[in-house]
Write a protein that binds this ligand. Structure first.
Ligand SMILES: CC(=O)[C@@H](O)[C@H](O)COP(=O)(O)O
Ligand SMILES: NCC(=O)COP(=O)(O)O
Length: 237
């Protein structure tokens, strides 16, 4: 059984575009949970272009499923996570001006840094996961940071799959084996969608959790559009 954690960054993007409170991020998170999702993921970025630090504070006491906070562990992020004590923190090495996450950690080069931050989170009872490319060397070295899990960066798989190339799964299969051998739990995310999720899940043994945002929100828009348009039409008759 793989848990679905819904990334609600895009809900915050929509809200921020008008400066008001529609849609209400907290209410959407509660609804997502009531529809059966097993977790809520947020990825506050330093410019707060979508999820704001205050959203994290508001969500933290209200999320009743697994709360996963993702981000680059700069001081203000570490403080935010420690203040809110989510179920899981996922460390992502993204640049401040990154449009979205675009690479996993170099777990060899940043071993000491990651070990230190992870230790602090674990001491505070927070499960830790580190975002990694499907690179055997990086997954192997992740065990020495003390992380509980790795999150496979699935963009490369998703891109190949959308072009009809199913071989993009192979590095992930190899890395999943390594992760299991060295005792790391397996999460995955980035560009997973209704199109590719079943194939990914069926090929990755021990997949504990996926976090999905961009495609899931776009798919929800498409699948909800007809219902909503028909409601408007009925009121306009
Ligand atoms: C860690 C990761 O894979 C990201 O996909 C993510 O959390 C999405 O971030 P944005 O919503 O800022 O693109
Ligand atoms: N960790 C990945 C995530 O939270 C969502 O990524 P995406 O589905 O928005 O690409």
């Amino acid at each position: 059984m793989t848990k679905l954690s819904v990334n609600i960054n895009k809900i915050a993007t929509l809200r921020n575009s008008r400066g008001g409170d529609v849609p209400n991020v907290l209410q959407v998170a509660k609804d997502i949970e009531s529809f059966g999702a097993e977790g809520i993921t947020v990825h506050p970025r330093p410019d707060e272009r979508h999820i704001r630090y205050q959203d994290v504070r508001d969500l933290s006491p209200q999320v009743t499923t697994e709360f996963n906070i993702e981000g680059n562990p700069i001081k203000q992020f570490v403080d935010l996570v420690l203040e809110n004590k989510p179920t899981q923190v996922t460390l992502v090495p993204d640049a401040e001006d990154a449009i979205t996450s675009s690479a996993g950690w170099d777990t060899v080069k940043y071993k000491d840094f990651l070990t230190e931050v992870i230790q602090e989170f674990k001491t505070n009872g927070i499960r830790t996961s580190i975002f990694v490319d499907p690179n055997p060397k990086m997954v192997e070295a992740a065990q020495f940071t003390g992380a509980d899990r790795v999150e496979f960066y699935t963009e490369a798989f998703a891109e190949k799959y959308s072009q009809g190339n199913k071989n993009g799964i192979l590095p992930y299969v190899e890395c999943a084996k390594i992760a299991q051998e060295v005792g790391l739990g397996i999460n995955a995310g980035h560009d997973l969608s209704l199109e590719n999720i079943k194939f990914f899940k069926d090929n990755i043994p021990g997949l504990l959790e996926v976090s999905i945002g961009h495609a899931l929100i776009a798919e929800s828009l498409y699948q909800g559009l007809e219902v909503v348009i028909n409601k408007y039409l009925s009121y306009l008759k």
